[in-house]
Design a protein around this ligand. Sequence first.
Ligand SMILES: Nc1nc2c(ncn2[C@@H]2O[C@H](COP(=O)(O)OP(=O)(O)OP(=O)(O)O)[C@@H](O)[C@H]2O)c(=O)[nH]1
Ligand SMILES: [Mg+2]
Length: 195
Amino acid sequence: MTASEAAETSDLVFKIVVSGPTGGGKSTFISTIAAQSGERAAPAPDVDADGDSAVGMDFATYVVPDPSGDVELRLYGMPGEERFRFMWELLAEGADGIVMVVDGRAPEAWTEALKQIAVLRAVDEAPGIIVVNRRPDAATLAEANRCFADTGLRVVACEVTDGAAVADALLHVLAEALEQIEAVGQTTREADAWL
Ligand SMILES: Nc1nc2c(ncn2[C@@H]2O[C@H](COP(=O)(O)OP(=O)(O)OP(=O)(O)O)[C@@H](O)[C@H]2O)c(=O)[nH]1
Ligand SMILES: [Mg+2]
């Protein structure tokens, strides 16, 4: 089945894992896209002792309208700290796409992002995007491109508070996920029966 045939059959559901080092902007990314949908994101239910680090999971949906059937993106925000690695692996199961949110002001945390990508993709070889948050300058963006080159993922500057920029990043991941469906010839419903 081709991607366009898949899109014609029914509404499609895609699982997108929003990952990244602590404090990079994952929760903000998810609440921004939820606001685009006129929703409020379900926030991570708990905070760490410092009062602001997610130890649960953010969740929101974003519907991309399409004449041949709406596409629903389900966004799962991953807790950033390595002690929650078991959740990274659980969330990676059946993922259709990865959004990696990194802080453009904290390149020292990018090796953590590389580690997360390796863990996620060891479970499920999903397409994705690297979102460099907080207005990186050209030099920082070039550094990010070098750092993440081996992942093959596109690196973009994206303010996670900017609804249009966040939607663009998700549409890129969706396009790649649809290409992957076409390549393997299955629908996400077949692939993600657990959803
Ligand atoms: N001004 C501004 N603040 C931001 C931006 N992105 C994130 N923040 C702030 O930075 C802090 C951390 O952002 P979060 O979205 O909570 O980061 P996170 O990746 O979910 O963090 P953890 O859940 O702790 O791993 C919050 O206080 C956000 O309001 C941004 O683009 N602009
Ligand atoms: Mg968070």
